[in-house]
Design a protein around this ligand. Structure first.
Ligand code: FHN
Length: 595
């Protein structure tokens, strides 16, 4: 027990304070799943689009405690405001979501093109949103509502052919003396986490897996307090109740059935196997009255295409309020997304990652004999170039209306004419072919063209030398609203170099911008940018410190204008001029046509 406590105190809890600047702590998200693939992941891999719902007492509070507004993750309000357990429990007396309508929620999911839904049965606040016999701190016993919304929702969802699942916070429970995370009411050193597992967490999970029919998913979150053997026992005992249900990797210890990435994280390169990215619709999982930063339909559709192009699912969260209303803009923008999916869904559902890597015009997804081109940036001349098409193309057509479009082949590239009727969110073109399309990720290099305002070559495409490394930096703006940016870091001396190789398809002048973040200590250092054997010097500009609890600011710093006489393969090399502090955190190099 003492070893477990030490593990929890040194590891998990430092991440939970959300103040640590050590990115490794956040790796506690457990992104690794069991190597032996669960045979039931087929539906999940095909589903591509899920709806996450965070709903609890925090929804009633809406990010406000004692008249003060809190920002960021609203479901962390009890923790942010350090609300005593007894005071927080009183919120249940006022929690009466009379506007909740299971059929309306399930209809919205259906209209939005959602294939699975996961809702919080109990979040870190400890309140069960279902009829629990294990703890009276639940919606049926402790609130005037007095009914079990989960019964109705599970049925309404399944009736519409959507897989249903529960989120359950298995270790954090701020209501319980032995649950993880509440150090303002309870002494962490006196906690018996195993007692908590035995008396609340496991019995409640058993209720959920027994009383609500087939669960597509059990979405565990924030593991802690259990070693690998104990986690395996937990997994086995739950799988005994529902062998087909898929457990998220956040069950811990690499024992989940599929991989969930960090909050709001899309991996930089394609990933095989079953995995998902999870995103908030605004900046919070739980409802916040004053958070209006909702992603537009275009942002949702492009995010969905981007995640699918890497081979994963997007589970997008909505945070209903304390009365049971899903926020207006979530309803509106999800329905708009659903409209796009009605005519373009074939390019998302059931696809695998795009065999042609990201291009200045957009991304791709793949299916047998088909390549889907998601055109997110329209070319000035109305033509897009698709490199690496080593197969016999039969036809290219606009997916939404099946109208053919013109195309020609140049070596292994195809040049496709954009149709007249462009989709504002994402115009999808389908390339039908015979033969085996090569996986472009191994060999291809990014394309740069005059046709787009920006040609952005991300850090992940660079080759690094010396101590330089490519890593994902995790940070947040408010509180718990995580962001992840892959950067080249650790460039401390002239030996530490990043090389970007790319193909410029049209001659012309290009401005070269370096997109980076730079703390004060690293600023005013000189760096070298070499393009086509000419070296340009630049001085680093201060943006912000890297601290996981603060925004990481990036600047697009113009460092040269170059004239390109002929199309071909070019390289950009970047290194510090002299040894010193780390030069900066380099996110991308951008080639901007000079028009
Ligand atoms: O702490 C939670 C948070 O409130 C939210 O539920 C997210 C969703 O992935 N999970 C945890 C943080 O990673």
């Amino acid at each position: 027990m003492s070893i477990l406590k030490a593990f929890i105190t040194t590891g998990i809890l430092s991440a939970l304070t959300f103040t640590s600047s050590i990115a490794q702590d956040i790796e506690r998200w457990d992104k690794q799943a069991n190597e032996k693939e669960n045979p039931n992941t087929k539906w999940f891999k095909e589903a591509k689009f899920g709806m996450f719902i965070h709903w609890g007492l925090y929804s009633k509070l809406g990010g406000v405690w004692n008249g003060k507004d809190y920002y960021g993750s609203g479901e962390w309000l009890m923790h942010q405001a350090k609300v005593p357990v007894a005071d927080y429990a009183k919120v249940a007396n006022e929690f009466n979501p009379v506007k909740f309508n299971a059929n309306e929620w399930a209809d919205l999911a259906k209209d939005a093109g959602i294939k699975y839904m996961v809702i919080t049965a109990k979040h870190h606040e400890g309140f069960a949103m279902y009829d629990s016999k294990v703890s009276d701190f639940n919606i049926v016993k402790a609130s005037p509502y007095g009914k079990d919304p989960m019964k109705a929702l599970s049925e309404a969802t399944r009736k519409r052919g959507i897989q249903f699942g529960f989120y359950y916070s298995q270790f954090l429970d701020w209501h319980e003396p032995n649950g993880g995370g509440n150090s303002w009411d309870f002494d962490e050193t006196k906690k018996d986490y195993l007692k908590y597992y035995k008396e609340k967490s496991i019995p409640q999970l058993k209720e959920l897996l027994t009383n609500y029919g087939n669960l597509g998913i059990v979405w565990f979150d924030m593991p802690g307090g259990l070693d690998k053997k104990q986690t395996q026992e937990l997994v086995d005992s739950m799988h005994a109740l529902q062998p087909k249900s898929l457990f998220s990797s956040r069950v811990g210890q690499g024992l989940g059935d599929y991989r969930t990435f960090g909050d709001s994280e899309v991996p930089a390169t394609p990933i095989k196997g079953a995995w998902e990215s999870i995103y908030t619709h605004n900046d919070s999982w739980g409802y916040i009255t004053h958070d209006m930063n909702f992603k537009s339909p275009k942002e949702i559709i492009q995010l969905l295409a981007n995640v699918a192009s890497k081979g994963g699912n997007l589970m997008l969260n909505v945070g209903p309020d304390g009365e049971g209303n899903i926020p207006l803009y979530s309803v509106k923008y999800l329905r708009e997304t659903g409209k796009w999916l009605q005519t373009n869904g074939e390019s998302i559902y059931g696809t695998t990652y795009g065999l042609i890597p990201a291009q200045p015009w957009g991304v791709t997804t793949s299916a047998p004999g088909k390549l889907y081109l998601h055109v997110l940036n329209n070319p000035r001349n109305g033509k897009i170039r698709v490199p690496g098409v080593n197969v016999a193309v039969a036809k290219v057509f606009q997916l939404a209306n099946k109208q053919p479009v013109k195309w020609i082949k140049q070596g292994n590239d195809i040049i496709v004419d954009m149709p007249k009727s462009l989709n504002d969110h994402n115009t999808v073109l389908a390339v039908q072919f015979s033969g085996k399309l090569n996986d472009g990720y191994a060999a291809s290099i990014p394309q740069v063209s005059l046709q787009y305002d920006f040609n952005t070559i991300e850090a992940v495409n660079a080759r690094v030398k010396g101590n330089a490394k490519i890593e994902s930096l995790t940070y947040s703006h408010y509180f718990g609203d995580w962001k992840h940016t892959t950067c080249i870091t650790n460039m401390n001396s002239s030996e530490d170099e990043a090389t970007f190789k790319f193909s410029i398809t049209e001659a012309g002048d290009y401005k070269i911008l370096l997109e980076y973040s730079c703390p004060e200590a690293s600023s005013k250092q000189e760096g070298l940018m070499n393009f086509n054997n000419t070296t340009y010097k630049f001085q680093t500009l201060r943006t912000s410190e890297f601290n996981s609890g603060k925004p990481l600011l990036f600047i697009k710093h113009p460092v040269a204008i170059v004239s390109v006489d002929k199309p071909g393969v070019y390289t950009i090399k970047i290194s510090p001029d002299t040894a010193g502090k780390s030069l900066f955190n380099l996110k991308s190099v951008i080639l901007q046509p000079v028009l």
